[in-house]
Design a protein around this ligand. Structure first.
Ligand SMILES: [Zn+2]
Ligand SMILES: [Zn+2]
Length: 432
C-alpha cells in the first residue's frame, strides 16, 4: 500500500477535477452518478442511524439527503477529526498509517451496545455501509486492493490508493471509485473486464452489494471526495475514477442523535412552520395538521386534557451504560470520567420536547419492584422505584393494565425528573 509523499504541484494543480461525468456508451465505460437513492431507503438508513423520520413525512428529498449527509458526518466524527464540516482534507498533510498498526481494528470501531437494528432486525443502510467499508480493509489484508461492489447490472468499483492517519488512531483510506452500469450492448461482466486490466485482475475481489447500497456508499465517497483539495491527485487513480476517502464509521453520539432528530419547521413537511396545534400549543405545522393528526392525537389529548405526574428516576445498576456515548471517544476508548459513586445525570437530548418513554415493569425481586425506563434512542436507561412516592408508582402499575410494558408521553423537568402522563398511551405500541 502506498504511503503519501508531500504533493509536488503539477501542471493541473489548482484545477478542480470535474464531478462525475456521464461518459457516452460508445466511448468506453459508462460512468454514472447514482444520485437517486430511493426515498424509503434514505429514511430506513437514517432510522438505522437512530435518526427517525416518519414514512409519511413529506420532507423533500434534498432535505432528506442533507440529513443523511449530516448523519454520515456524525458517524465519521468528521468535525471531531478535522474541526469543521467544511474543512478541506489534504491526505499528504498527514503522517502515513504505520505498517505495524492494525488497520482492521482501527476501522472496526464499535460503540458498546452495538448498532441499532432495523425494526425487522435486518441490518440495513448504515450497518451495511459499515460492512462495506470493512470489506475494503479485509480485502486489503489479503492483498486485494480493488473491490467490486456489484449486483445485477450495476457495480461500484473502489480501489484503495493509500492510507494516512489524520489522528494517531484514526486511519483515512484514500480511494478511487467509479460507478458503472451494464447495458444491453455491453453487459457488466464485459465492462468490468474492459475496465480492469488483465494484470490487475488478481488483486480484485467482489462483494455482493445491492444497487441502493452501492449508491449509499457512492454518496459517502462523493461527500468525502468533495473535501479533497483540487490539487490532490492520488497516484494510481486511473481514468474515469473519482478520488474520495473513507474513515471509520460508528454509531452516532447521543448529542448528534438529539441534534439530528430535531424537526425543523413543520413536523410533516419541513416547511418553515406558521402555526402550532391550537389545542396543545405544542406541535408545529404549516398546513399539514390534518395528515399528522392520527399520530399527534394521543400526545395532544394528553397535554390538553389529562393529568401529568412528576417522577424521579434513578440510575440503574448498569448506570454507566446510560452515559456510554458521552464518554466514549474514538481515540481513547472508554473513558472513566464517570465515577462509581456519583453517576452524572443522563444527557438531555430532548430538551423541552415531549418524547415517548418505554416503561417495563420488573416484579422479579419482590423486595425491589421497579420500572426500567428508557427512550427510543436509549439515551438513558433508568429505574423508577416506589421509594418516595408509592402512590405514583401504584398509578403507573395500574396504567399497565396487566401488560409487562407501556409507552407514555413524558417531558424532562430536571436532571432526574420527568413529568409523565400515565393516563393514555399510543393506540399502537411503537416497536422499540
Ligand atoms: Zn407541513
Ligand atoms: Zn395538539
Amino acid at each position: 500500500m502506498r504511503k503519501y509523499r508531500k504533493n509536488t504541484p503539477t501542471a493541473n494543480a489548482g484545477q478542480k477535477p470535474e464531478g462525475p461525468k456521464q461518459h457516452t456508451a460508445t466511448q468506453g465505460p459508462k460512468v454514472l452518478e447514482p444520485s437517486d437513492i430511493p426515498r424509503d431507503y434514505i429514511i430506513d438508513t437514517l432510522g438505522s442511524m437512530n435518526i427517525f423520520i416518519s414514512k409519511d413525512s413529506r420532507l423533500k428529498k434534498d432535505r432528506l439527503r442533507h440529513r443523511l449527509e449530516k448523519g454520515l458526518d456524525a458517524s465519521q466524527r468528521y468535525t471531531g477529526i478535522f474541526g469543521d464540516a467544511k474543512a478541506v482534507v489534504n491526505p499528504p498533510d498527514y503522517p502515513a498509517w504505520p505498517d505495524n498498526q492494525d488497520l482492521e481494528a482501527a476501522m472496526d470501531r464499535r460503540v458498546w451496545g452495538g448498532f441499532m437494528k432495523h425494526e425487522e432486525d435486518q441490518p440495513v443502510g448504515f450497518m451495511r455501509l459499515r460492512e462495506l467499508i470493512l470489506s475494503l480493509v479485509k480485502a486489503q489484508k489479503q492483498g486485494k486492493h480493488t473491490v467490486i461492489f456489484a449486483e445485477g447490472s450495476t457495480a461500484l468499483i473502489v480501489k484503495m490508493l493509500g492510507i494516512c492517519a489524520p489522528k494517531v488512531t484514526r486511519p483515512l483510506i484514500v480511494v478511487g471509485y467509479m460507478s458503472v452500469s451494464g447495458t444491453k450492448q455491453v453487459n457488466l461482466a464485459d465492462l468490468l473486464k474492459r475496465l480492469i486490466p488483465e494484470d490487475q485482475q488478481s488483486s480484485v475481489t467482489r462483494v455482493f452489494t445491492t444497487t441502493s447500497e452501492q449508491n449509499l456508499f457512492w454518496h459517502l465517497l462523493n461527500q468525502n471526495g468533495n473535501r479533497l483539495p483540487p490539487s490532490f491527485q492520488p497516484e494510481g487513480l486511473g481514468e474515469g475514477y473519482q478520488a474520495g476517502f473513507v474513515l471509520p464509521i460508528c454509531q452516532l453520539s447521543m448529542e448528534d442523535v438529539g441534534r439530528l432528530n430535531k424537526s425543523e419547521g413543520c413536523v410533516m413537511c419541513g416547511n418553515p412552520s406558521r402555526a402550532v396545534c391550537t389545542r396543545c400549543m405544542d406541535t408545529d405545522y404549516c398546513m399539514c395538521q390534518k395528515e399528522h393528526w392520527k399520530e399527534h392525537k394521543v400526545l395532544c389529548r394528553s397535554i390538553s386534557e389529562l393529568p401529568w405526574m412528576m417522577v424521579t428516576l434513578q440510575p440503574s445498576l448498569h448506570a454507566f451504560v446510560t452515559g456510554i456515548n458521552r464518554y466514549y471517544d474514538l481515540d481513547d476508548g472508554l473513558k472513566t470520567t464517570q465515577s462509581d459513586s456519583q453517576p452524572s445525570a443522563p444527557l438531555n437530548i430532548h430538551g423541552e420536547k415531549y418524547h415517548l418513554l418505554k416503561l417495563q415493569l420488573s416484579l422479579g425481586n419482590i423486595d425491589d419492584p421497579h420500572f426500567l425506563v428508557y427512550d427510543r434512542y436509549r439515551s438513558f436507561q433508568l429505574l423508577f422505584r416506589p421509594d418516595d412516592n408509592h402512590l405514583t408508582f401504584a398509578i403507573a402499575v395500574q396504567a399497565m393494565d396487566g401488560y409487562p410494558k407501556m409507552y407514555r408521553w413524558a417531558k424532562r423537568e430536571g436532571d432526574w425528573d420527568w413529568s409523565i402522563c400515565f393516563a393514555l398511551g399510543p393506540d399502537k405500541d411503537p416497536r422499540w
